[in-house]
Design a protein around this ligand. Structure first.
Ligand code: C5P
Length: 307
């Protein structure tokens, strides 16, 4: 009997920031953040199989905009893990994409975290969790959260995580924009709009309490994103999407991360359905996704290992 080809698939969630408090630019070019991450049920899947050399392929919406070279965070993750264990980084990583590309939902970061976990399982390297998180932090500010999922407060440049309790399910509608925004460009616009004297970022106590209580109304009242004026300045059409979602009864409308995806928090599932239908009918966005949070972090969903 022939042995099946070794193969590991990892499912990884997108994120929304229910608070994104941004401090002044640091000497290293990053910004200190108080970043409340919430993982949402919109996923990419990364499948790792043995190969002669490192190779990335990608399918799904926006796949044509995903770099397939060593600049892809999934490739960087494989290379970093291979270097840690003194082995070759030869692997085929196939990305099944559903998280919007360049949408402010950490799609690239998600693929990095998923690739790391998939390679670790495929190669049998059994890397301790703390070391995987260190590699994630080197790959990008949002990558550690993609591994961990759930809800967390990110400080530093967003990579230092403290898990947060969540007392219920939140209902979200995401409106995908036509086009993307570059995260560095949005941070630069933040610096320009904010000028000097930006205070140190702090997490909102009311927001953390709303998460703990599972209280959507309180979460909506406390949610904020300091990058929102910058994203709206670079992408003014987002104001029309906000207006459509708010008119349909959304409790809160937020730019997701650095945008241009917009996130609408709804009171419950019927309310979310109404917001999604209104956004679809409004013609102010490309696609609409309805989902819930929190969602688990990167998880192995299928694994066939050779002998
Ligand atoms: O860490 P990551 O590679 O995702 O960051 C992408 C870019 O976003 C950085 O090069 C920087 O311009 C900006 N950024 C920032 N402050 C952060 C996180 C990201 O200025 N805390």
């Amino acid at each position: 009997m022939s042995t099946p080809q070794p193969r590991v698939t990892v499912r990884v969630p997108a994120k929304v920031n229910v608070q994104l408090a941004v401090g002044p630019a640091r000497p290293d070019g990053f910004h200190d953040l108080a970043n409340v991450f919430l993982a949402v049920g919109l996923h990419d899947e990364v499948t790792a199989t043995p190969a002669e050399e490192l190779r990335i392929t990608c399918e799904g919406p926006g796949a044509d905009q995903v770099p397939l070279d060593r600049g892809n965070l999934a490739a960087k993750a494989a290379t970093a893990l291979a270097a840690l264990h003194g082995r070759s980084d030869a692997v085929h990583l196939h990305i099944a994409k559903n998280i919007p590309v360049a949408g402010g939902m950490a799609g690239g970061s998600a693929d990095g975290a998923a690739a790391l976990l998939a390679c670790d399982r495929l190669w049998g390297t059994a890397t301790p969790r703390a070391q995987l998180l260190e590699i994630c932090a080197e790959l990008g500010s949002d990558v550690p959260f993609s591994l961990v999922g759930g809800a967390a407060l990110g400080t530093g440049r967003g990579e230092r995580l403290e898990p947060l309790p969540v007392g219920g399910t939140f209902h979200w509608v995401f409106a995908l924009a036509d086009g993307g925004l570059s995260t560095p460009a949005v941070f630069r616009e933040f610096d320009r709009l904010a000028g000097p004297g930006v205070p140190a970022p702090t997490a909102s106590r009311a927001l953390l309490e709303a998460l703990r209580a599972g209280d959507a109304k309180a979460l909506a009242a406390a949610a904020s994103n300091d990058l929102q004026p910058a994203a709206l300045s670079l992408f003014p059409a987002l104001a029309d999407t906000f207006a459509a979602g708010t008119a349909a009864g959304a409790l809160a409308a937020l730019v997701s991360g650095s945008g241009p995806t917009t996130a609408f928090l709804a009171a419950d599932e019927p309310a979310a359905r109404a917001v999604a239908a209104a956004l679809t009918a409004s013609g102010t966005c490309r696609t609409v996704h309805r989902t819930t949070s929190p969602a688990p972090g990167a998880t192995v969903t299928a694994s066939t290992l050779g002998r």
